[in-house]
Design a protein around this ligand. Structure first.
Ligand code: ADP
Ligand code: MG
Ligand code: MG
Length: 899
């Protein structure tokens, strides 16, 4: 088994396509070598070794050591240094890298190979003791944290980990000596600190920090593999749905040093702005520092160039100004990488004594707005086709643009509490909590929270996930919090230095103002501004974004599925048309009966003692219904409108308190006890499976007649006004063709009567909602008469699983936790179960009626995976809530392209 892939000096065993085997980092390091980009030589141990390691009780393949040694020999030749050599030692970094980038999840150890044997030689060779001891203390800190503590499975309480303890030693040392920044410390200072570090490590962890270069290397390699199954990695994988079997690769690479002095530096950058998508090189750098300093927010990073500068950072020197030649070289690498990958890249680099080295490239995380802009711009720049652009952007990223922002005027009127860096866009309003665990707890209690941290680390992801927004005191635009928030499209502000958090008191001071746990704050993540209290959120305005409009117009060209909306009022209908809806797939009629002037007639109807009284009450509702339908049919002029006849159990209308019962008895001129009796008689044990849907229309045909009359009279009146109407009458909850036929006859009779009475002519359809397994199984019989099917997948899921939709909260979390269900089947269609019934019904229906119109109108109509399934099964349209319409349009295009 080839377990080790070498890369270096113009030659690499691997390439970008080998991500599964080499992990993202390793594959891209190899690819950069292939592109003639300067990368320090190194080796990648494959993900197969990780799998082997776990399958063979933590043992490695027998020749792994040999293979690693051979590759290190090559590195030594290229670098002209030898690992462990006392005079001219090669130092290495040990870096993890899974297939998908998991920011910060897996740990890196730098400067491996510094020991009491190699330190003197390196000092002599570089004549730079400060650099050597700075590197050494970093090695000690990273190694003790990652290898000796985390990989060993130790889980100290928050704030008590070895890294924290060592940081405290460093802070104390700095305070004692009046040092402000790490830059102020001399070689002797670092040497002293290293000693203190090693003593503390022995004290706390019970072992010496290893003083042997091989022990350090293999400790590091093992730690990477161990960390694949660490708590944090597992929690991240769960959220992101990354299978545990993938494993991680390990990269061992020659160190290059950004901390040798003033002409050395390190930085991270994005080839385009990851927040806005603008085609500007965007990054941060630090002089005389090693890699992790920029991300960790230990010192305030400098802007890479003019276009990265902000109000806050405009006076800090950029790399463009300080080392223009190196900057230009970096900028040309930026262009080369973008051309090669045809995507925005997130890169890491180090400058050693004026010489540039690339240490990483990967596809950069970005906000939804940036994703859309970059994709559209790259089509214009002829880097992508329209199809590529559509596939590249995710429905979630579209969704982000549809998210609310702070109300502009209210925000303008509010006083700014503090400012930070705008790391994740949109508005966030919530109650402050200071730990990830509290975030989770408060969220479970149904609270909207904002997680405030000093800075975030992978330990915080579960809290970040449930937070409405994230706020940190430290860190830059490329910090952990910023990366994670951007990936999830969350409102996020980082580096808000005026915050001072007191974790024990659970409060923070912002410029002399105390904000306690539970206090409300509001954040504008696009500007980086924070306000006290609650500011109103206002709906998004995607139509003002020209890239979005272009991308959506391409999506509309490419999709074949039609998109309808679920709307019960003319206002909703208009909103949905603005979002691009092409019809109404579900207009529920029951909501119309709840208005105060109608509900009394409705109750009279329900409680009527005989048919004639019922008919009288029902007919009192007719004018109201007619006006409702007129409004909606008019708003949807020329587009189909599917109107569902009365569906819910009647008792929903007569859940009454005592005064209401008395009032009703009065109205009906019957006794209170009679009203009570009637209400009791309508009580059902399982209302969802009770007297509802078409069963109502069968028992009380006058309800169906009234509703049909209202629909057709509205249609007739509008037709007379010259408005084209396309009503589609939908019979709910049909389980047998006889039920359908019964209701259909009633509807058609009314239709011909109205057409005769009014002397008008308009087209209409009569069809059914398919929401019972029996309807799917007998779809051929139902299709004999039905002109359309619309899958009511909420009820169909409920009746297929036998899960009560309203009670699923009792066991669903457990089912998800134990992996008995992979997702909530009411949110994303259960393709293997419910999906089979749908496929069957489509087949059977179409066999009988080739041009049977078929759609879906459950919650699933706005879910990308479910939409893909609908496309595959040849549905004509999906119908979803107005706000999901853009996502449905976009997902429909993706479905057409992917299949
Ligand atoms: P992450 O996955 O957290 O980005 P990396 O493996 O990329 O972890 O390493 C963390 C930091 O260490 C990065 O900033 C990187 O630039 C730096 N680094 C890694 N390997 C080397 C090396 N061989 N020489 C110099 N710096 C390095
Ligand atoms: Mg990295
Ligand atoms: Mg239903």
């Amino acid at each position: 088994m080839k377990a080790v892939y070498y890369f270096g000096s113009g030659k690499a065993d691997g390439k970008a396509e080998m991500k599964n085997l080499l992990g993202g980092k390793g594959a891209n390091l190899a690819e950069m070598i292939n592109l003639d980009i300067p990368v320090p030589p190194g080796l990648t141990i494959t993900t197969e070794v990780c799998t082997y390691y776990y399958d063979n009780s933590y043992n490695f393949p027998s020749d792994l050591e040999e293979q690693v040694k051979n590759a290190i020999n090559k590195i030594e030749t290229v670098m002209g240094k030898t690992f462990g050599d006392p005079d001219n030692p090669l130092l290495l970094s040990v870096r993890s890298g899974a297939r998908m980038s998991m920011p910060g999840m897996m740990e890196t150890v730098l400067n491996v190979g510094l020991t009491s044997k190699t330190i003197p030689g390196l000092i002599k060779k570089t004549n730079n003791p400060r650099f050597v001891y700075d590197a050494y203390r970093r090695l000690i800190m990273m190694y003790s944290d990652v290898v000796m503590e985390k990989a060993a499975g130790l889980e100290p309480k928050e704030g008590h980990g070895i890294r924290h303890q060592l940081e405290a030693i460093l802070d104390e040392y700095k305070a004692k000596n009046g040092y402000k920044s790490d830059i102020d410390l001399s070689g002797d200072d670092w040497k002293n600190i290293s000693k203190d570090f090693k003593i503390r490590i022995k004290d706390v962890l019970g072992h010496e920090f290893p003083d042997n270069h091989y022990e350090q290397l293999w400790g590091g390699i093992k730690a990477v593999f161990q960390s694949w199954n660490g708590k944090r990695a597992i929690s991240y994988r769960k959220i992101e749905n990354i299978p545990g079997e993938w494993g991680t690769a390990v990269n061992v690479q020659a160190m290059v040093f950004g901390n040798t002095g003033d002409s050395s530096a390190t930085g991270v950058a994005f080839t385009r702005n990851p927040a806005t998508g603008e085609n500007n090189f965007y990054g941060e750098w630090l002089q005389n520092a090693q890699g992790e300093d920029v991300v960790a927010g230990i010192r305030t990073p400098h802007p890479l160039n003019q276009s990265t500068k902000t109000e806050e950072s405009k006076n800090l020197e950029s790399l463009e100004e300080f080392l223009p030649d190196v900057y230009n070289q970096l900028d040309s690498i930026r262009q080369k990488l973008e051309k090669h990958y045809n995507d925005m890249q997130d890169i890491e680099f180090t400058i050693e004594e004026g010489r540039l080295w690339m240490l990483q490239t990967r596809s950069g995380k970005r906000t939804g707005a940036a994703a859309i802009k970059i994709a559209v711009d790259m089509v214009e720049e002829e880097m992508l086709s329209k199809q590529d652009a559509i596939i590249r952007v995710t429905p979630d990223q579209i969704d982000e643009l549809l998210h609310p922002k702070l109300h502009v005027e209210d925000e303008g009127a509010a006083t700014i509490l503090a400012r930070g860096l705008p790391a994740g866009p949109g508005g966030g309003v919530g109650q402050v909590v200071f730990s990830a665990d509290d975030a989770e707890k408060w969220n479970k209690d149904g609270k909207t929270i904002i997680l405030v941290r000093e800075e975030t680390s992978p330990e915080d992801v579960h809290g970040m996930h449930v937070a409405e927004a994230i706020l940190t005191a430290k860190g830059g635009m490329t910090s952990h919090a910023a990366l994670v928030a951007r990936g999830w499209g969350k409102c996020c502000i980082v580096g808000c230095s005026s915050i001072n958090i007191d974790f024990t008191k659970k409060e923070m001071m912002i410029n002399d103002q105390a904000v306690k746990e539970g206090d409300w704050i509001s954040m504008n993540g696009s500007k980086g501004t924070i306000y006290p209290g609650k500011i109103k959120l206002e709906p998004a305005d995607p139509e003002s974004n020209s890239s979005y409009k272009r991308l959506m117009s391409w999506a509309d060209e490419l999709r074949t599925l039609k998109i309808r909306t679920n709307a019960d009022s003319p206002e909703d209908a208009k909103q949905a048309i603005e979002f691009g809806a092409q019809g109404i797939g579900l207009c529920r009629t029951e909501h119309m009966f709840f208005a105060p002037n109608r509900i009394i007639e409705m109750r009279k109807m329900i409680l009527a003692e005989d048919m004639s009284k019922r008919r009288e009450a029902v007919m009192n509702l007719l004018p109201f219904q007619r006006e409702d339908f007129k409004g909606i049919l008019k708003a949807m002029e020329g587009m189909p409108v599917t109107i569902r006849l009365l569906d819910p159990p009647l008792h929903e209308f007569i859940t009454l308190d005592k005064p209401q019962i008395e009032e009703l008895a009065n109205e009906l001129e019957i006794s209170v006890s009679k009203v009570k009796n009637r209400i009791n008689s309508l009580h059902e044990l399982n209302p969802m499976l009770g007297h509802r849907g078409c069963r109502l229309g069968v028992a009380y045909p006058e309800i169906t007649e009234m509703q049909a009359r209202a629909i057709f009279e509205a249609s007739a009146e509008l037709t007379k006004e010259g408005i084209i109407v396309m009503p589609e009458v939908m019979i709910p909850l049909v389980g047998t063709s006889a039920e359908f036929d019964h209701q259909e006859n009633l509807v058609r009779e009314v239709a011909s009567k109205v057409i005769n009475e009014t002397g008008t002519n308009f087209k209409y359809l009569v069809g059914t909602m398919i929401e019972l397994p029996r309807a799917c199984l007998t779809a051929d019989e139902i299709a004999e008469k039905a002109e359309f099917f619309s899958f009511g997948t909420n009820d169909l899921t409920q009746t297929t699983y036998g899960f009560s939709r309203d009670d699923i909260g009792g066991f669903l979390p457990d089912y998800l936790e134990k992996n008995i269900l992979s997702h909530d089947p009411f949110q994303s269609l259960d393709i293997s179960g419910v999906g089979q019934l749908i496929s069957l019904a489509v087949d059977k229906g179409k066999k009988v009626k080739k041009d049977l119109k078929i759609g879906i109108c459950g919650e699933h109509g706005g879910d990308p995976n479910s939409i893909n399934f609908c496309y595959q099964n040849g549905l004509d349209y999906v119908s979803c809530s107005p706000f999901r319409v853009p996502i449905a349009r976009f997902s429909a295009a993706q479905a057409a392209l992917k299949n």
